[in-house]
Design a protein around this ligand. Structure first.
Ligand code: IMP
Ligand code: MG
Length: 182
């Protein structure tokens, strides 16, 4: 592996794997799919904080149908491994009954976090509910629901950048970086 352009985030080394241009192209493609599927409808987006802030922002700029957005905040990770526990830090403070909801996430890894969010939101009786995730790790996914819109399918490696963090750091990077295992 060429490790000449490594960066350090906190105490780990990472190398760029998806450029800012590739990200923008993929976000635009996902927005086009959503625009096509929701033509004539209205979308209620629900962003999952913190990691989704960059994706949600760029995605929404490319949405052409009437839409609103609200956020919820959950936490599941400590360091680079899933704790398997979901904490609801900020619940959804909006009525989604009979609305066409699209959940926006930065990454679906094991799928455990999204499963818990889906169950909570389905209990509020939306008309429909779909998932848009910038990143999907198919080899790690252990659930049976569909991730309807995916920006990138990637191998089971830890990544940072474009909103995604390692212990809170790296969210500011405009590219996506993969951890270097030394
Ligand atoms: P899941 O419950 O295993 O699907 O994990 C989902 C959450 O874990 C995401 O919302 C992220 O916050 C975090 N996560 C999973 N994989 C990564 C990664 O490669 N980098 C940074 N955060 C990750
Ligand atoms: Mg997240």
């Amino acid at each position: 592996m060429d490790t000449s352009n490594k960066i350090t985030v906190k105490d780990k080394k990472f190398t760029v794997s998806i450029s800012a241009e590739e990200i923008q192209k993929s976000v635009k493609r996902v927005a086009d799919e959503i625009n096509r599927d929701y033509a004539g409808k209205e979308i209620f987006f629900i962003g999952v904080l913190n990691g989704v802030f960059m994706f949600a922002s760029d995605l929404m700029k490319n949405i052409k149908v009437p839409c609103t957005i609200s956020f919820m905040k959950v936490s599941s990770y400590e360091g680079t491994t899933s704790t398997g526990k979901i904490k609801n830090l900020i619940g959804l403070n909006a009525d989604i009954m009979d609305k066409d909801v699209v959940i926006i996430e930065d990454i679906v890894d094991t799928g455990f976090t999204m499963k818990s969010i889906l169950a909570q939101l389905k209990a509020k009786l939306p008309k429909s509910i779909r998932i848009a995730s910038l990143i999907f790790k198919p080899d790690s996914f252990r659930e049976d629901y569909n991730v309807d819109y995916v920006g990138f399918r990637i191998p089971n490696d830890f990544i940072v950048g474009y909103g995604l963090d390692y212990d809170g750091y790296g969210r500011n990077l405009p590219e996506i970086y993969t951890i270097v295992n030394e």
